[in-house]
Design a protein around this ligand. Structure first.
Ligand code: ADP
Length: 178
């Protein structure tokens, strides 16, 4: 039993995962687990793909690298995929969404190549990561939140902070009862 919940924050690149996770970590004391960073630092990959302009991730190695940490609880996992994580590890899945024009501006600011930009815009429009989350986890733990503006981000963070407090309260009661 964990005494702090594990949360995944997922969504298309550029939706605001890192920004949300950093603020959430400050507000809740939970740990921000940036999967991109873990993949690089622990070399959980089979090299760099020029075609996709990203690491080819070795998922088994990645899961082994974070297992101990995540099983202890209190992790905010930041990644653009979620269906590889075992259900038993995860208490809440946040799928961030943005309007196409906002995403276009954010990815252009990152100098994404045209093909990668288009691929990510299509993925957002087709709700690929929302569907992936709904297929991989129980529907009632998957929450879709908009992330176009700082007001939306503030309200998302407030909502998740409240959820974390409630989860801890409920779990503390469970522990006392058992
Ligand atoms: P991701 O981790 O999903 O790739 P980032 O957190 O790096 O996305 O955010 C991409 C860019 O968009 C950053 O410049 C960030 O400041 C901005 N951004 C993210 N979310 C919001 C938001 N809700 N309102 C305004 N700007 C945002």
């Amino acid at each position: 039993m964990r005494d702090s919940p594990n949360i995944i924050v997922t969504g298309t690149p550029g939706v605001g995962k890192t920004t949300h996770c950093e603020t959430l970590a400050q507000r809740t004391g939970l740990r921000h687990v940036s999967v991109n960073q873990v993949v690089k630092d622990k070399e959980c990959h089979e090299g760099w793909s020029d075609e996709f302009q990203s690491w080819i991730v070795d998922e088994d190695k990645l899961l082994d690298s974070i297992e101990e940490d995540v099983k202890a609880g209190g992790c905010i996992i930041d990644w653009h995929a979620c269906d590889l994580f075992p259900r038993s590890w995860i208490d809440l899945v946040i799928v961030l969404r943005v309007n196409s024009s906002t995403l276009y501006d954010r990815l252009t600011a990152r100098n994404y190549a045209e093909a990668k930009l288009q691929e990510n815009l299509d993925s957002e429009i087709m709700e690929v990561l929302l569907q992936e989350a709904r297929e991989a986890f129980e529907e009632d733990i998957v929450i879709e939140l908009m992330s176009n503006t700082s007001d939306e981000m503030e309200s998302n963070v407030d909502r998740i902070v409240t959820w974390v407090k409630q989860w801890k309260h409920d779990n503390a009661s469970d522990a006392k009862r058992s």
